[in-house]
Design a protein around this ligand. Structure first.
Ligand SMILES: Nc1ncnc2c1ncn2[C@@H]1O[C@H](COP(=O)(O)OP(=O)(O)OP(=O)(O)O)[C@@H](O)[C@H]1O
Ligand SMILES: [Mg+2]
Length: 269
């Protein structure tokens, strides 16, 4: 009945809980403590896109992309089958890539280029860009978009792109009060109608405060994952809940979540 185009998360049960998936063009934040499965959800989302023919922009600040590939393979997802281009590479892509990776090396390269440009523009007072800054991230994502040729050109149909940012927390570790401002800045600069984004945010177990430290203000959807207290439960018991999803009559009940070799995230209600 609905005219909303829905984008698969790559996890069947979760898609069902979302009336088929995430509304196209949404920005969805995945929050939770370390080790709950946020990065694995990102892999499912990217893999589902690649299988469906969607180009993917994969920002990973947590690990090198080769480690993402290794982890995904253990969980039944073979990312290595797809043409990858890392923006840290010196050479231009020969063919249109299916996945464009922005890792810490790519961010370092972009930050250096931006600093160099600032030096040319005003040699007397050079602005230095850090790898883990919002300006650098925005520039890197826009570079990835242009590699994928998704920029709006008259006459060319736009392809649907999946954007993964794992994690946003790295960009404000030293300045958590800036999280809200940075999130707005990022969304304004990189949001497109044909881009559906999944962003992760660590949730401080010590304070247990606000979902994504400001990231929730830009979120069209929030998926939260948590663990029971391990000392009481004496095992790792994970749960996942869809806290919000715009334009969606989503399931309001939490799922039990398991991470299984060969399968990845498995949800049960
Ligand atoms: N092959 C596997 N089989 C079963 N469980 C696994 C496997 N690989 C990883 N896990 C589980 O997944 C957890 C890591 O999940 P993930 O990396 O997605 O967490 P995260 O929420 O991204 O954490 P962080 O905030 O630290 O980045 C591991 O601690 C382990 O319990
Ligand atoms: Mg992670």
């Amino acid at each position: 009945m609905s005219e909303i185009e829905r984008i698969s998360t790559g996890v069947e049960e979760l898609d069902r809980a979302l009336e088929g998936g995430i509304p196209k063009g949404s920005w969805v934040v995945v929050t939770g403590e370390p080790g709950v499965g946020k990065s694995i959800l990102c892999m499912h989302f990217a893999y589902a896109g690649l299988k469906a023919g969607d180009p993917v922009v994969y920002v990973t600040t947590e690990q090198e992309y080769k480690d993402v590939v290794t982890q995904a393979r253990q969980l039944g997802m073979d990312l290595s089958r797809y043409r990858m281009y890392n923006i840290a590479w010196r050479r231009e892509p020969e063919e249109l890539p299916e996945i464009v990776v922005v890792d810490i090396f790519g961010l370092l390269k972009v930050a250096r280029q931006m600093t160099e440009k600032a030096r040319e523009e005003s040699p007397e007072k050079v602005r230095r860009y850090a790898a883990l800054s919002m300006d650098t991230l925005i520039e890197a994502i826009n570079e990835a978009y242009s590699v994928l040729e998704v920029a709006k050109e008259r006459g060319t149909p736009e392809r649907h792109v999946r954007l993964v940012i794992d994690s946003m927390s790295a960009f404000w570790v030293d300045r958590p009060v800036m999280a809200r401002k940075y999130s707005y800045q990022l969304k304004i600069a990189t949001h497109r109608d044909n881009v559906t984004a999944l962003l992760t945010s660590q949730y401080a177990p010590t304070t247990g405060q606000a979902y994504g430290f400001g990231l929730e203000h830009i979120a069209d959807g929030i998926i939260h994952i948590w663990m029971d207290d391990v000392e009481t439960a004496r095992e790792v018991r994970r749960h996942l809940i869809v806290v919000k999803m715009r334009m969606t009559n989503h399931s309001r009940k939490a799922f039990d979540l398991e991470i299984e070799t060969g399968k990845g995230l498995v949800l049960r209600q």
